[in-house]
Design a protein around this ligand. Structure first.
Ligand SMILES: [Zn+2]
Length: 165
């Protein structure tokens, strides 16, 4: 005769907590940036031994390498933000006697901590959808897992686009 097997509480609990398709789960609002989940770091390279000088076109050797960190749209599967770490080179043109950096302007605007992808998403939410800045900020975190303070979005919109009435 077979011994009755003891019920496995962990298995039962797993079934109970398993979510069905489309089941609603409210998201958590973070009060402090340091409480956000750790970002996934994506490493990219724009490091080259030489690049043509933007002023005279002469090949200029690498002098140093730097790292730029940029917040991109997050990873929706893990729910974590994504941080790009781009290694890029600085070059010295001996003819112009000038230093220049590898161009990253296709990825992000100067001095900006976010990729252009994030910036245009934020602008669309405000300019096209007419969302208030705070709502746009929350939407970016909830649906795209990128944390952008609402004041930053406001600066972008006021500098670039026009808020629809
Ligand atoms: Zn030059």
């Amino acid at each position: 005769m077979k011994k009755p097997t003891a019920p496995k509480p962990t298995a039962k609990k797993a079934i109970l907590t398993k979510l069905g398709p489309g089941e609603y789960v409210p998201d958590v609002a973070y009060q402090r940036i340091e409480d956000l989940p750790q970002p996934k770091v994506i490493r990219q390279s724009r490091n080259a031994k030489r690049r043509p000088c933007p002023h005279c076109g002469q090949p200029a050797p690498r002098d140093k390498t730097f790292l730029r960190a940029l917040y991109d749209v997050g990873d929706l599967v893990s729910g974590r933000p994504r941080l790009l770490h781009i290694t890029y080179s600085q070059h010295y043109c001996s003819r112009c006697r000038k230093y220049f950096n590898t161009d990253l302007s296709d990825v992000a605007a100067r001095q900006c901590l976010y990729t252009r992808r994030v910036q245009s998403l934020a602008m669309r939410l405000v300019v096209e959808d007419g969302l208030p800045y705070r709502t746009a900020s929350w939407h970016l975190w909830r649906d795209h897992r990128v944390f952008v303070p609402f004041a930053t979005i406001q600066n972008w919109v006021e500098a670039g686009g026009k808020k629809s009435p």
